[in-house]
Design a protein around this ligand. Sequence first.
Ligand code: AYL
Length: 522
Amino acid sequence: MPVRSPYADVEIPDVPLFDFLFTDFGERAGAPAFVDGPSGAAITFAELEGMVLKIAAALSERGIGAGDVVALFAPNTPSYAAVFHGILRANAIVTSVNSLYTPGELAHQLGDSGAKLVFTVSPFLDRVTAALAEVGLPADAVVVLDAAEGRTSLRDLLATTAEPPAQTVTAGDTAVLPYSSGTTGRAKGVILTHRNLVANLCQIAEMGDVSSETKILAVLPFFHIYGMTVMMNQGLHRRATVVTMPKFDLPEFLRVISEHRVSRVYIAPPVAVALAKHPIVDQYDLSCIDVVFSGAAPLDAELGQAVAKRLNCTVLQGYGMTELSPVSHCMPDDRPDMDLNTCGFAIPNVESKLVDPETGQEVGPGERGELWVRGPNVMSGYLNNPEATAITLDDEGYLHTGDVATVTEDGVFTIVDRVKELIKYKGYQVPPAELEALLLTHDEIADAAVIGVRDADGEEVPKAFVVRQAGANLGAAEVMAFVAERIAPHKKVRVVEFIDEIPKSASGKILRKDLRAREAER
Ligand code: AYL
């Protein structure tokens, strides 16, 4: 029997995201919706709505509308939110791009998603220009959020006198295309509809105490679904204030929390290490923090407890996946006592199953099984990739997560392992298939396989097993440098081992489990 959420189902309004979020701000209209952490510059809910409508009007004037994809390649700032919702309000689709991507990675996402226009910031223009040329898009298919000589800027769009277009999208239409490798292969566009995003906001509203009193810190990027839904859009939904930071830097992070009196901090586990252990933390008044919420990779429970004790706050953990919009399981605010090894309960409207991958049979409480999730937050599929969709979503609507979990009689889930290829470095996805394909382009590499291993600090890092071409004398440093020059820093190969042969199945698939077993014996 599937495990139903212990929470009562919530109603999911059948409306596009704009209609769901931008209604009746009431007393909050003049309150800050987004504050730029470094500078303190704020925009109110009413100002944000005004910007969204102008951006929609200007995009519509430029011929962007239903079905068009627009890329957003920028760090977290208040204007990120305005552009994001402006694109949706123009009836178009946002593909959010990792701001550390190289031109090649950006070009891949632009080409694959069919993006027509890129919003970015001036320091990223070199990479954007190279990527546009690579995919054959016009060099002027760019809008900068700040300002750059000879470039269309956000300010230009906001100056339009046109009216916003009629809203023609409906809840079932695609809203965003974030990229995820899922259980296998390279990064793919994850089709999330307006309904998916609205649903996840309604679902998480039942779990967390986020209100107009809350100040959310958004240092995790809005381009990733965690930042997009849980910080940017949840903040808007609950009429909270979201304080943005363009990048993580520990002293600046602590200063922004303290100065803006942030009450709710969303993190990935590596930040917990700093909060628990770094001496500098004591130099800041962090008494404003009520909740530190960790997701995106497994949190070490002792570390979580150390953070709770040091900051005198509640520490919570959630589980999610881009394909789940992203949250499916989390701890509620009113259970600060929960075991931090767990990910809490299935959120409202979510059904979960744990399935033995060998037998396909559902397992009972206490037993390990692959986590399958069904609910209104489950993606509709991968863009232009029916094969990947078919192996991930089954006929009954369950998404097969590739994560292994256990559940108690009370419905508390713990993630215990991962059976998919995916590696997570500091909470970011590293698809082994992408690194393997890249390694194979090196003249002196005959074959390669990549798996996740633990480094000395217990962090998961990508390790490449490399077979040299006959006669080649390539070294580990050269392999790492070759990869590092071509991909974003979080995907760097951090360990290399030369090997005679990559273990493969009869059908030619890399036997990652053999490589993992080999690692375990070391
Ligand atoms: P993606 N414990 C263990 N593994 C986790 C956890 C967790 N708490 N959360 C995410 N993962 C892993 O698409 C897991 O392998 O989305 C999962 O399949 O970048 C993969 O990360 C998904 O990676 C929230 C809000 C988590 C957001 C998220 C992060 C979504 C990350 C909980 O409440």
